[in-house]
Design a protein around this ligand. Structure first.
Ligand SMILES: [Zn+2]
Length: 451
């Protein structure tokens, strides 16, 4: 079926254009015309932006958002948060996984994310026994993606050590653990689980340097088959210290020396890098997967974005713990972190350019690469994944061009109007079409999980 969308302003790869008409067929953009009037049956909207990739999410953690904000008897840290997360994770079965993920995906779409990278590690039943389908839980993420319309890059995780140097895992990790020699079976099962989605992608995710050995890391990487390879790295200072104690090298340094890190790779967080690591990672072609809201929530530290971008580094954004799902908010906090540290303004803008535009372009390009997509944006041949902004929002009126992006990122809430995925409208007036049913089911799930 062919139909067309018409926008007064649209951000194309070549820049902002006026009176833009997109023709769509079978979910794909077939033509882009500019300075052209709408035709009688065209859907008409104000401001179009390409959908953003959310390159790092653990969807199930949406169910515990706000539950780890109470001070405990000892000093709270990432590691005490992780204990809360483990307790929550152990109560989630397949139906709960789908219910919570659908809620997270609805909120992602409503904020302008149109693809999510699920860094997925709850594989087995609560007692650690594999499900009959090894990828049962991944299949539930795929079902939630199908229900809500978000595009999915599934990243099954290899997790088999409890610390650097092959330490044994603890009881709290029994649902995550796989034998490295059987990881290929999980990846194949994951490919079958997302096979029915029109543009599903499967990659691999060795969890972190503390959860694999050098040999099993190589094994996991060999299963990628050209797809994305994601790894958590250098998020916490304790992790850096443990890595140095184990190998005499810092985590990013170790990875760059021992693995063929290239544009297939996404290093999630990479918060703690020295100057040399920053330069080498920037030159590797890999993406640094930044999750500013979660990194702030967990007290991780601040990524050195200024130097990394100045060296030509590639970045993308992720909602990670989903404590708050907000595409514009991630970009805003990324910039504000730099302003607070360096006591300056417009820290990540190009010379004489808009900060919002620089952040948006970087997150679109980096996220696209990290999630294994080939062609995105408002161009012929790309899936019609896009969103529109409310032109009558007080922070968008009387503006055009990059000022619209600066308004969206820095000066408002609830600006997203419509969202389209493969040409199908899934959000209208800022609300996902399935929000009510998904919310009711999510509430029931949480009632039973938290009682
Ligand atoms: Zn993560």
């Amino acid at each position: 079926m062919t139909h067309a969308l018409w926008f007064r302003h649209a951000l194309l790869p070549t820049g902002w254009a006026e009176q833009v008409r997109l023709e769509l067929a079978a979910g794909v953009i077939t033509s882009v015309a500019t300075n052209t009037p709408p035709q009688p049956n065209d859907e008409r909207h104000a401001i179009a932006l390409p959908g953003l990739p959310n390159l790092h999410s653990h969807a199930f953690q949406r169910g515990m958002a706000g539950l780890a904000e109470v001070r405990g008897p000892s000093a709270d840290s990432f590691w005490t948060w992780r204990e809360v997360m483990y307790r929550f994770a152990h109560r989630i079965g397949p139906a709960e996984m789908q219910s919570i993920a659908a809620m997270a995906f609805v909120e992602m779409l409503e904020s302008g994310f149109t693809r999510v990278g699920e860094f997925h590690y709850i594989h087995h039943a609560p007692d650690g026994t594999p499900y009959a389908d090894l990828a049962e839980m991944g299949a539930r993420l795929a079902a939630a993606a199908d229900e809500t319309g978000i595009a999915l890059t599934l990243l099954p995780v290899l997790y088999h050590c409890g610390g650097f140097g092959g330490q044994p895992t603890g009881d709290g990790q029994r649902r995550f653990v796989n034998r490295p020699d059987l990881f290929g079976l999980l990846v194949s099962a994951s490919r079958r689980a997302v096979g029915f989605l029109p543009d599903g992608v499967v990659g691999v995710a060795p969890h972190s340097l503390r959860a694999v050995t050098p040999d099993s890391l190589s094994l996991a990487v060999s299963q990628a088959q050209g797809g994305p390879i994601h790894i958590h790295i250098a998020e916490q200072m304790r992790e850096v210290e443990d890595c140095v104690a184990w190998s005499s090298q810092r985590p990013v340094d170790w990875l760059l020396r021992h693995m063929p890190v290239n544009d297939q790779w996404c290093l999630v967080h990479a918060t703690h890098m020295d100057r040399c690591e920053t330069q080498r990672l920037a030159h590797s072609g890999a993406v640094a997967g930044l999750c500013p809201i979660t990194e702030a929530n967990l007290g991780d530290g601040l990524f050195n974005a200024g130097d990394f971008l100045a060296e030509g580094g590639r970045i993308g954004i992720g909602s990670d713990s989903n404590v708050l799902i907000d595409a514009a908010g991630e970009l805003r906090l990324l910039e504000y972190g730099q302003r607070l540290t360096h006591r300056g303004r417009n820290m990540l803008a190009m010379d004489k350019g808009s900060t919002g535009r620089r952040l948006f372009d970087a997150a679109l390009a980096g996220g696209t690469q990290a999630l294994g997509q080939k062609r995105v944006g408002l161009v012929p041949g790309a899936a019609a994944d896009l969103f529109s902004l409310k032109a009558d929002h007080p922070s968008l009126v009387a503006r055009r061009g990059d000022a619209l992006l600066d308004g969206f990122i820095f000066a408002g809430r609830s600006m997203v109007d419509g969202v389209w995925r493969r040409g199908r409208r899934v959000v209208s007036d800022g609300r996902h079409h399935a929000r009510d049913t998904v919310t009711v089911r999510f509430a029931k799930t949480l009632e039973s999980l938290l009682s």
